[in-house]
Design a protein around this ligand. Structure first.
Ligand code: PMP
Length: 292
């Protein structure tokens, strides 16, 4: 399947306060964000013209930047408005939204003094991250080699580009072995998350999901916890160890791109795409589409 390159498309990108032609949204090769990973981003979605939880995403973008020492010149209101404007300018109602903030090319070096914060927002159609088949059959996850770092090694609570070096290496290794994605452990060996989504397990009437010490506290994760509790499932947030994965009956991923996607395998462990997965998948679908 050939994919249109991301720098050669029609449309408009919001770039430092202006909507500019897609192909002109460039930066210089000597950009701090490129060399030193001083970059944070978001992934959002719009359904039927309505952005799901925009404020949570714009606030997380600002928080991620703050963790990296960014003086973000944009307020959550301005970012939310910019997202709306970008969707409208591109005539999209159902779309993936990618805001990204980075240190520019005003200076070079590990130190950041003198650099400016830039912000861009791009939107495009991206119906289902893992494809419709995964929703029926479940994904197969590899057990990842690279782990989520300790909290004093990297800021796990920032959606920072630098952390995705680990995710990309794991994802590529999993793909090379024929898997859909990889499940990362954390520095202690506890179950952490997939390369771009959180994980939940189910057994005997209860859901289990890892604590957020070493994983991104996903906005979908928080939403699904609420949906599950509304359904009467107890949700236990705790340390989960890999050996326990043999005992769970169902498992699924949550994320803005992944939405709620069931799992059929994690390394040697097998799961059924059961009623709990299906119920929460439907509830999430209903919620984001304004039916719940
Ligand atoms: N973990 C990682 C590493 C992610 O990249 C994402 C996607 N942003 C998530 C979890 C899920 O977060 P959210 O539900 O906020 O999209």
């Amino acid at each position: 399947m050939s994919v249109l390159p991301f720098d050669d498309r029609d449309g408009l990108i919001w770039y430092n306060g202006e909507l500019i032609p897609w192909r002109d949204a460039k930066f210089h090769v000597l950009t701090h964000g490129l060399h030193y990973a001083s970059s944070v981003f978001e992934g959002q979605r719009a359904y039927g013209g309505k952005v799901f939880k925009p404020r949570e995403h714009s606030e997380r973008l600002i928080k991620s930047g703050k963790i990296l020492g960014f003086e973000n010149p944009w307020t959550p209101d301005q970012i939310d408005q910019a997202v709306e404007d970008t969707l409208k300018a591109n005539n999209l109602t159902d779309a993936y939204i990618r805001p990204v903030a980075w240190r520019g090319s005003e200076m070079m070096g590990v130190a950041t003094k003198g650099s400016k914060i830039h912000l861009a927002i791009a939107v495009w159609e991206w119906p289902s991250y893992f494809g419709p088949e995964a929703r029926l059959k479940g994904l197969r996850l590899d057990l990842a080699h690279w782990r989520r770092p300790a909290p004093h090694t990297a800021p796990n609570d920032a959606k920072a580009a630098g952390l995705y070096m680990i995710a990309s290496m794991n994802k590529d290794a999993a793909s090379a072995k024929g898997y859909d994605d990889a499940l990362m452990m954390d520095y202690k060996g506890r179950v952490a998350e997939a390369t771009g989504a959180n994980i939940f397990f189910y057994k005997e009437g209860k859901l289990h999901t890892p604590t957020v010490e070493c994983v991104l506290d996903g906005i979908t994760r928080q939403t699904v916890i609420e949906l599950a509790e509304k359904r009467g499932y107890e949700v236990i947030v705790r340390d989960i160890w890999p050996e326990e994965m043999a005992s769970f009956e169902q498992a699924f991923l949550t994320g803005t791109a992944a939405e709620v996607t069931p799992l059929s395998e994690i390394g040697p462990y097998k799961y059924t795409v059961g009623d709990v997965c299906k119920t929460l998948m439907q509830d999430y679908d209903d919620l984001v589409n304004g039916r719940l």
